[in-house]
Design a binder for this molecule. Sequence first.
Ligand code: ZN
Length: 198
Amino acid sequence: MLYPTPIAKLIESYSKLPGIGVKTATRLAFYTIGMEDEVVNEFAKNLLAAKRELSYCSICGNLTDQDPCAICQDETRDQSIILIVEDSRDVSAMENIQEYHGLYHVLHGLISPMNGIGPDDINLKTLLTRLMENEVEEVIVATNATADGEATSMYISRVLKPAGIKVTRLARGLAVGADIEYADEVTLLRAIENRTEL
Ligand SMILES: [Zn+2]
């Protein structure tokens, strides 16, 4: 099907989103054309602003519009404990239950021997720097209960334990393969409370 260039390009853009095939992209593109000018302007503006104004916190790696992020800047939070997660969505999930008051570290990935992703390919170096420069007593590894989550957890434990830092892992209230991001609040809360030392 041949479309005028502007809509063909819009379809192409939508096709780049995850889980969106050409058919859906075409539907979205035509839907967009039919939207009010004002709504489309707002949409375009939000896309650009999100990309322009957001960055990763230089301390914890969390997605933020200020550096350091609000959590790292908050001195009322327990500075002696760091919870390690795979990505920023996990930080939101934890913050939602309002029971964890320590700091975070976002890895932006997991160690994956199967896929050739090693410790240097994720945001681990800054964690080691943080641990050297601050009085951290406990690190909670809150990676998902997948093979890669386990590999990452094992690695962190192996590196940190000799340094005298207590390393704990979220309890197995989370089913194997479960995503922290989608865990319900009670499950997540129980997983933190019943964390086990590695
Ligand atoms: Zn931060």
